[in-house]
Design a protein around this ligand. Structure first.
Ligand code: FRU
Length: 462
């Protein structure tokens, strides 16, 4: 057995040993992607190929911490049922021995090509290589080695290639750090995917590192999505350890000329990072992100006693709306609705139990305050005078309440929540604001209580 097979075998053994434990955890999700065991972080290689959606992910099989990452792989025909596929990449080569880090997929003729970052540490010093792996069947990937080294002027924090094709050219954006320790995104192009031409910086200038860039057209605009590190909290903004967001602008194709507006956060919850998008065959730009954050909370996650940690978000369709990006849960998710449990007018106060795996929608009928208490754990408030939506939950490390706040442009039209045992995704006003959060309520508390007026609908999703 070669080194690659050996490392994959070890990971399969680990799955065999611990998958049962993870799946029996009452906090293990029912319809979100989570690791079979170990730690999941960024979504990678997100693509629809030959009628099937393929999603890869950063995966540490052996512990609930970070380290030499593998690429796990799942596939789906409908964006709700996900099938486990063979492990795509293991950190088995000299150029990726300390991790097959994040990257993307592109379909070329009859092949699926993965571009990813090989992470190498020698005597504590980091080296980064952009690498290629190719598959003809979408299940078994052959590594083809290093495609790009780090150019002069940049540190080894140079990673997460996103590759796409446009007008006879291939392009690649990478997250990078200059030797002055400023975060940025750099651009390459290629005519044949063999020779890559370095163009320089597409954008940069704040934070010390930009991770996981994605660059695409949405409506009439070009959008740069990325996850900057090193931005200071500022009022209600940038409250997480690291951020994820976008800048909207116009790109002169084939150049680094990208005139853009300010940086906006994509999500206002606690657990959202490293999003990646793909354009599916229906022409939808669909985003999936890591529902997690590399931070001090990780040691306190209650799931680590069952040897797993983190999950991914739901797939969300991106829509441009007056120079902001709205995120809408993809419409396929409606097929998850098994039984409608509630359809009622809420008058000032409503309390009832909702399942741990459910969806509810509140449509307010006046412009008054709204207060929602979920499982005695999380609260959601809307204040019409400030137009603020506020989400609170207990901090995992100290149990003190922590909060996230965002502001709607106008009125509150709808609050739609997806619950999946230990996760809550809140879509306000059809995707204008989204809050993504892990929640770990007491298992016996299923009560939803609403103070306000409007209509409430609840569905069980299993
Ligand atoms: C983002 C990230 C990427 C890197 C990967 C490693 O969460 O730090 O920049 O490729 O995770 O797992």
């Amino acid at each position: 057995m070669n080194q690659d097979q050996q490392l994959k075998e070890l990971a399969y053994k680990r799955i065999e040993q611990f998958q049962g434990k993870a799946k029996q955890d009452p906090y293990f999700p029912s319809y979100h992607i989570a690791p079979p065991t170990g730690l999941i972080n960024d979504p990678n290689g997100w693509i629809e190929w030959k009628g099937t959606y393929h999603l890869f992910y950063q995966w540490m099989p052996f512990e609930t911490g970070h380290g030499a990452k593998y690429w796990g792989h799942v596939s789906s025909s409908n964006l709700i049922d996900w099938k486990e596929e063979p492990i795509a990449l293991a950190p088995s080569s000299w150029y990726d021995k300390d991790g097959c880090y994040s990257g993307s997929a592109i379909a070329i003729e009859n092949k699926l090509q993965l571009y990813y970052t090989g992470n190498v540490k020698i005597n504590g010093q980091r080296q980064s290589y952009q690498c290629l792996a190719v598959s003809t069947d979408g299940r078994k990937f052959d590594k083809k080695g290093v495609v790009l080294d780090v150019p002069e002027g940049y540190t080894a924090h140079y990673r997460d290639p996103k590759v796409w094709k446009e007008a006879e050219h291939y392009y690649m954006v990478l997250g990078a750090q200059t030797i002055e320790e400023e975060g940025c995104v750099v651009l390459y192009s290629s005519k044949d995917l063999e020779e890559w031409q370095f163009h320089g910086q597409l954008a940069g200038g704040f934070g010390y590192m930009w991770e996981c860039p994605d660059f695409f057209r949405l409506g009439e605009k070009d959008v740069l999505l990325f996850s900057p590190q090193g931005i200071e909290a500022d009022g209600i903004h940038y409250q997480n350890t690291f951020q994820s967001g976008y800048m909207i602008g116009n790109w002169q194709q084939g150049t680094t000329d990208f005139t853009h507006g300010p940086f906006f956060e994509l999500d206002h919850g606690f657990d959202f990072y490293a999003p990646q998008t793909t354009l599916d065959k229906k022409g939808r730009r669909i985003l999936i992100a890591w529902m997690g954050m590399a931070d001090e909370n990780e040691p306190f996650h209650p799931t680590i006693e069952n040897d797993w940690i983190h999950q991914l978000t739901l797939p969300r369709e991106l829509v441009m709306h007056q120079d902001r990006i709205y995120q809408k849960p993809v419409k396929e998710l409606q097929a998850l609705r098994k039984h409608q449990l509630v359809d009622t007018q809420v008058k000032i106060n409503w309390t009832g139990d909702v399942p741990a795996v459910s969806e509810f929608i509140i449509t307010p009928e006046n412009r008054e305050n709204l207060h929602i208490d979920l499982f005695g754990y999380a609260t959601i408030d809307f204040d019409p005078t400030t137009k603020q939506v506020k989400l609170t939950r207990p901090k995992l490390s100290s149990h003190q309440r922590e909060e996230r706040v965002a502001v709607v442009a106008d009125h509150l039209l709808e609050i739609r929540c997806y619950l999946d045992r230990s996760s809550l995704e809140i879509f306000v006003n059809h995707g204008e604001l989204v809050f993504t959060a892990r929640i770990f309520p007491q298992k016996q508390n299923r009560s939803l209580s609403i103070t306000g007026e409007g209509n409430l609908k609840v569905w069980s999703l299993q």
